[in-house]
Design a protein around this ligand. Sequence first.
Ligand SMILES: NC(=O)c1ccc[n+]([C@@H]2O[C@H](COP(=O)([O-])OP(=O)(O)OC[C@H]3O[C@@H](n4cnc5c(N)ncnc54)[C@H](OP(=O)(O)O)[C@@H]3O)[C@@H](O)[C@H]2O)c1
Length: 284
Amino acid sequence: MKIALLGSTGMLGSKALEVFKQSGHEILTPLRSDLDLSNKDQIENYFKNNSFEVLVNCTGYTQVDACEDKEKAPMAWNVNGTAVGVLARCCKSTGRVLVHFSTDYVFDGTKSEPYQETDKTKPVNVYGQTKLEGEKLLQAANPFYYLIRTSWVFGPNGPNFVKTIAGLLKTKPQIEVVTDQIGGPTYTGDLAGFALELLGRKAEAGLYHFANDGYTSWNGFAQEIKVLTGSTCEVAPTLSEKFVRPAKRPANSRFDLSKASHAAGHRPRPWQESLKDYLTKELK
Ligand SMILES: NC(=O)c1ccc[n+]([C@@H]2O[C@H](COP(=O)([O-])OP(=O)(O)OC[C@H]3O[C@@H](n4cnc5c(N)ncnc54)[C@H](OP(=O)(O)O)[C@@H]3O)[C@@H](O)[C@H]2O)c1
């Protein structure tokens, strides 16, 4: 397949580039300097002037707390919202397949069970609102699409929870991590692999929830990093109300993975297995 990959400098995009290349696909990697998502003409010209079958959009304005800042929010609305609509309309009018990524933050986290693709959305922060806007614009344009919601992403080339905690565990005698937010960690390599599986198996177009198998709290996630790195630092429990940040986070971010598992033909790997691989092979 000939794939145009947007956001190849980011955490997910850089791993997607590696995984797609390893699978023998031909990849175009326009950078922000070639295709700035805030420039509609640049997007349309890119579609006119380049030959590819699939557009994989790994871009995003991903600084969740910064989205609450009135000066930075317009950029988030543009990259996560408006631009996704433009990409989707271009895919529709030129017959390209669109793969796009969204987030667990489209939900308010009050459900006690894992979230299914059919559950009602209700973001509790601006980032989630901008991502939901992108989803809606994409679905309204209605190209052939795979819209993949994911959660708690980690991998090389980007700040992420695992990297932060692994660093703190090396230098601090004790850290406090919240126990009252639960979700599914997701390794970028497995997420990129899932996108390829959907494309390769010609799965039904639509919305999919993807994370690694299993779930935990942020505290449980940190405990596992501690075990795998052999740290002696204490990972103490705390609550979200004691750890106030500009953007509110949903308490429950768990996804029901049935639809994704059926489409891929297997369950995703357990998150502990992916975490171990990342820690031992990539985050040395
Ligand atoms: N990280 C998570 O925990 C998480 C969780 C759920 C969902 N997601 C979703 O997964 C996707 C990938 O996230 P990520 O963490 O890999 O993101 P990331 O590391 O922050 O990378 C973002 C990418 O978007 C590009 N970009 C931003 N603004 C742009 C613009 N105006 N024009 C062109 N390119 C632009 C960046 O390019 P530059 O290098 O030029 O800045 C970078 O390549 C996003 O859709 C995100 O919402 C992430």
